[in-house]
Design a protein around this ligand. Structure first.
Ligand code: MTE
Ligand code: MO
Length: 366
């Protein structure tokens, strides 16, 4: 199963189950979010030392479709798979900046530079034909712990992103593909996707009363978990082939026996390198919970404090539950700062439809 193309210019999202079947997302299953046509770039010679960072990239609009059910939000409707985890290979921006005389942990340069701007070569209608661009604070770019890369490989492949700025731990919109130039500027980048998109507004703000300048560009993202059930093996486990056909045709028949053990799996991730402390699963709408087991490498339990854990990467989880009928499962995560997910999408509804981190609910057929 490959990516499902959602809309031109190329935007695509993989199906749910294959997404969490591997820790590192294969390039051909990685979601695509492009605001302009995909440019063709010649490979260029690269001379700086290379680092490999395992990290998750997620569009802040992931799960926007579910937010639209509360009240319509504009823009591309993602299910739960506008996210992927890859090995990003490239030079560290902190090293590159040192080459031009900017020391580690710099807040402002003597000439007043406070932001590092990444400018692409693609052409976006939102920028009136100009390039996609974004900026991050200079102290973030020069923080040796931050892992901001100039990435030219994805999972070991010279990737379709040419050289991209990859900013670990923040929303996907701040990583700029097909990089053309890097600039030191005094103020935040004025680009459309910094100033008039990817901002989080309160539920009271609508398209008639919005004042974009009242909110800052979203960078970090909150803790979240999304789960899936292995429906196919479940159906096979409980039904004869004839029953599967009945279910597929929409006339769901009661299964032959009372209770079934179903595998529930998924991913959890938090922003800014915060670890995943816990993943809770409920089969009764949130009255009772069980804890799922967590891993990054299959077979090795995840430990947020272990220095071998990938701090910027998602944590996969798995558990088994007994269900006797069609059931709604809930998944939610807690991060290492003790942050929890909001129960309902209504309280975090925002007109741009970003950061839908409400409890993830999904049905298991019975
Ligand atoms: N040049 C360029 N960079 C970009 C974008 C874009 O349209 N053009 N989209 C951004 C957004 S909103 C996201 S979520 C990620 C998606 O990266 P991917 O397509 O590699 O998954 O790229 C970001 N960087
Ligand atoms: Mo995005």
């Amino acid at each position: 199963m490959g990516l499902k193309l959602l809309r031109e210019p190329c935007n695509a999202e993989p199906p749910r189950q294959p997404l969490v079947s591997s820790y590192v997302t294969p390039v051909d299953l990685f979601y695509k979010r492009n605001h302009g046509p995909v440019p063709v770039v010649d490979d260029i010679e690269r001379k700086l030392p290379k680092y490999n960072i395992v990290a998750t990239l997620q569009c802040a609009g992931n799960r926007r479709t579910a937010m639209s059910k509360t009240k319509t939000v504009k823009d591309i409707g993602w299910d739960v798979a506008a996210i992927g985890n890859a090995v990003w290979g490239g030079a560290k921006l902190v090293d590159v900046l040192e080459l031009v005389g900017i020391q580690k942990s710099t807040i402002m340069t003597p000439s007043g530079g406070k932001q590092v701007e990444f400018v692409s070569i693609d052409v976006c209608k939102e920028e009136h034909g100009g390039p996609y661009k974004a900026s991050i604070p200079l102290y973030h770019a020069t923080n040796p712990e931050a892992d901001v890369l100039l990435a030219y490989e994805m999972n070991g492949e010279r990737s379709g992103i040419s050289t991209a700025s990859f900013v670990a731990g923040v929303i996907g919109a701040r990583s700029v593909k097909w990089l053309d130039s890097i600039k030191l500027i005094a103020e935040e980048c004025k680009g459309f996707f910094m100033q008039r998109d990817y901002k989080m507004f309160p539920p009271s703000v609508n398209w008639d009363n919005i004042n974009w300048s009242t909110r800052r560009p979203q960078m970090d993202f909150p803790v979240q978990a999304r789960g899936f059930s292995s429906n196919i093996s479940f159906l096979c486990a409980i039904c004869s082939l004839e029953d599967v056909n009945v279910i597929n045709s929409g006339k769901v028949r009661q299964p032959a026996f009372a209770s079934h053990n179903v595998k529930v799996s998924g991913y959890a991730v938090s922003g800014d390198g915060r670890g995943i402390e816990r993943i809770d699963i409920s089969a009764d709408g949130g009255k009772t919970w069980i804890e799922a087991s967590r891993y990054q490498m299959a077979g090795t339990p995840y430990d947020a404090d272990d220095i071998d854990s990938d701090k910027w990467a998602w944590v996969l989880f798995e558990t088994h539950i007994d269900v006797s009928q069609s059931t709604e499962i809930v998944a939610k995560a807690v991060d290492s700062a003790g942050n929890v997910q909001p129960e309902n999408v209504e309280v975090i509804w925002n007109l741009r439809g970003i950061l839908n981190t409400s409890w993830h609910r999904f049905r298991i057929l019975g």
